[in-house]
Design a protein around this ligand. Structure first.
Ligand code: DGJ
Length: 697
């Protein structure tokens, strides 16, 4: 039983960790503990009592309230902000009751005066050492209540310590760069105001102690991620009394939700955990959780795909695609994806979006003849769509100019010549469901790449009684469209894309089994992007193509090895590849298929960071620890240079293992403590399989 009710409050226990909170003498719901699991329930100290010792020091700055609403003298960053119909903007939440159902604890709070109920939900994922939190707010009154902020959770770090925040920042072409910085007095805000998760920041955090820095393998790390694909906000606040908290949820910027009488709202979830095994331990917990509980097709292996975008861009037709498909099939690709350019009127990026039927000139007999040829070559067929968008030059826009997000009195700013359909509207949702359902019903399509190629502008939705709800209702509409298509076509695999990794989050992974990591496919840059991505996402969700991008001196093998650390794909112009390059690709694709189960289902260990060194490495180990695969990369290091041994991880110390090309078996302990010497010249790379040799495993 992972949830305990004790005289001091509640203790949520996972395999290795615990999280405790309870009521203090003043009736405040207060955080008590988050860290390694302790032997006895009495070990978790009682809730701190309210302290307020001067007229300028309210209790909120030191007492770690579990879910603070803006009220009274709370100057800290609150989780909830409401306005009642009479204009009162102060929510006084009092404990009402609690309820345990299986592995979920619900704590019901109620406003002291108004019939507003707030329920805190805690789902304990004990096998993963994770706790998932979300909140429901319900208006039981007969007048509306306006929500101006409704965060998913506030996470408190142990009091009186100083911390360091690790987060992911970047841009289009340079997503998920790892940043680490000290948290000092005040607030550090990370957010998206772009309608999507954004290339710029990701709603994930990891916090460790400033003085006892965690490493990949050691030290204490508190971490979490928000499952939401729209505007979000994270505030890491250090109060003047040394209380550090991370507040996370929907962005409250330009935000309002109107709760009509008798209605409620449920926030996105935030999953978080504590790792005593450094950043690597934190990532592996999330990887397992994502693979086993979030993505639609679980651990099913992902196919090696070929995507024709970089080869043919918008100039697609049956002949050009068949030619590429034949070469891809010979190389061992299992899935052929026709990217942008195939639909009605799509001559370039300035036309066609919205008209989701095959272009009559490019595909006079529809897509079926091409799909049959692709299937005949032994490959599945996949298709690119960008449902949320419309070009002004399209039949859809000419018929429904009012369907886009806009302000009537403002110019509609186009980006990449496109506008955004307002997915908050049910008529737009129905149009998209019908169009894509039609495509999937008429054609044998196994895979869809769902793209989204711009950020928002003029975020108007004036028809609605609360136009500022568009940020939430849009994402809910997106989830409804995608979820409905999922139900109707459960065998289709979806890839989430937003100009690369502009919408990579745990929310989209409920629909998309994989994410197109970045449009940047130059492999040395990819090493860093992929390392950042791996902080929270498993390799099985990381689509990685080999393309022609980057300097010619980068060997094809290096390009492949980088992509083989995730879900291997090829996106190059195969017509330009020589026969020997195609044969080399075939060899590497065969190698990938042999290591795929370990890469996609195993535990990942980052051995050397590509952010810190031009010699980097990582490895994957099967869950039973009987086999693994080691990847090593050297970019440019001036010679002479002796590369240090790679200290392997995740092996069983007592077992004997052999490694490809290295003579003699050694114990797991030896590979982990003495290490593996890898000789690489500039832009050299290695993929080495490791196998247990002293037993059945
Ligand atoms: C952006 C994606 O990231 C690319 O892979 C490609 O699909 C283009 N869009 C097509 O327009």
């Amino acid at each position: 039983m992972p949830i305990h009710t004790t005289p001091n409050g509640w203790v949520l226990e996972t395999r290795l960790t615990a999280y405790a909170f309870g009521l203090n003498a003043a009736g405040m719901l207060v955080h008590r503990y988050w860290g390694p699991r302790l032997p006895r329930l009495e070990d978790y100290s009682p809730a701190m009592d309210s302290i307020g010792w001067a007229s300028f020091n309210g209790p909120g700055e030191i007492v770690p309230e579990e879910y603070p609403a803006y009220a009274g003298s709370k100057y800290i960053d609150p989780c909830l902000k409401v306005t009642f119909a009479d204009g009162v903007r102060d929510a006084v939440l009092e404990f009402e009751s609690s309820q345990i159902t299986g592995s979920e604890l619900q704590v019901h709070l109620r406003d002291a005066h108004y019939p507003l109920r707030v329920t805190l939900h805690y789902c304990v994922h004990d096998a993963y050492d994770l706790i998932e939190r979300f909140v429901t707010v319900h208006n039981h009154g007969d007048t509306p209540v306006t929500l101006e902020r409704a965060f998913s959770a506030q996470w408190h770090l142990p009091l009186h310590d100083q911390y360091r925040l690790t987060h992911l920042a970047g841009a289009w072409f340079k997503e998920t760069q790892i940043h680490r910085e000290a948290l000092r007095s005040g607030s550090k805000v990370l957010e998206s105001r772009r309608l999507t998760t954004s290339h710029q920041h990701n709603p994930w955090f990891a916090v460790d102690r400033l003085e006892h820095r965690a490493t990949e393998d050691t030290g204490e790390v508190w971490f979490g991620a928000l499952a939401w694909s729209g505007n979000w906000k994270l505030t890491a606040e250090v109060t003047v009394f040394g209380s550090t908290r991370v507040n996370i949820g929907l962005n409250d910027w330009d935000f309002a939700l109107r709760l009509e009488p008798g209605t409620g709202y449920t926030t996105p979830t935030c999953v978080a955990g504590f790792s005593g095994q450094g950043f690597g331990g934190a990532s592996r917990r999330l990887h397992d959780f994502v693979r086993e509980t979030i993505v639609p097709h679980g651990n099913a292996p992902h196919k090696v795909l070929y995507n024709s975008w970089e080869a043919t861009t918008f100039n697609v037709n049956q002949a050009s695609q068949t030619e590429l498909a034949q070469i891809a099939a010979d190389m061992g690709a299992e899935l052929f994806v026709l990217d942008d350019g195939w639909f009605h009127g799509r001559r370039s990026d300035d036309a066609g979006l919205g008209d989701w039927w095959p272009d009559e000139k490019k595909f006079p007999n529809g897509l079926s003849p091409l799909i049959e040829q692709v299937n005949g070559l032994g490959m599945d067929f996949g298709l690119w769509i960008e449902p949320e968008m419309v070009n002004p030059d399209s039949d859809l826009y000419r018929a429904h100019p009012d369907w886009v997000i806009h302000f009537p009195t403002r110019t509609r700013t186009t980006m990449r010549d496109q506008l955004i359909l307002n997915l908050a509207r049910t008529d737009v949702q129905e149009y998209l469901i019908a169009s894509i359902d039609g495509l999937l019903t008429k054609n044998n399509i196994s895979f869809i790449k769902w793209d989204m190629n711009r950020n928002v502008s003029e975020p108007g939705w004036l028809e609605d009684s609360e136009p500022k709800s568009i940020w939430v209702r849009y994402v809910e509409g997106l989830y409804r469209v995608w979820g409905t298509l999922h139900q109707r076509h459960p065998s289709v695999t979806w890839q989430g894309c937003s100009g690369g990794g502009g919408r990579a989050d745990l929310g989209i992974l409920r629909f998309a089994d994989q994410i197109w990591t970045s449009d940047m496919t130059e492999p040395t840059m990819r090493l860093q992007i992929q390392e950042g991505f791996s902080q929270l996402f498993p390799a099985s969700t990381m689509e990685a193509w080999v393309t022609d991008m980057g300097p010619k001196h980068l060997p094809l093998e290096f390009r492949f090895h980088v992509s083989m650390t995730g879900v291997l794909g090829v996106g190059a112009n195969l017509l330009h590849w020589s026969e020997s390059e195609r044969l080399e690709a075939k060899r590497l694709i065969t190698l990938y298929k042999s290591i795929r189960p370990v890469v996609q289902e195993g535990d990942q260990y980052r051995l050397r960071s590509a952010f810190e060194s031009a010699f980097s490495g990582l490895m994957y180990v099967s869950k039973d620890q009987s086999e693994g695969v080691v990847f090593a990369f050297r970019t440019h290091i001036p010679d002479p240079e002796l590369l240090p041994p790679l200290k392997l991880r995740g092996l069983e110390p007592e077992w004997l293992y052999e490694i490809d090309g290295v003579s003699g078996a050694r114990s797991g302990a030896a590979w982990m403590h003495v290490g593996l010497g890898v000789a690489l010249s500039d832009f050299g790379s290695a993929v080495l399989r490791i196998r247990r040799v002293d037993g059945s495993g």
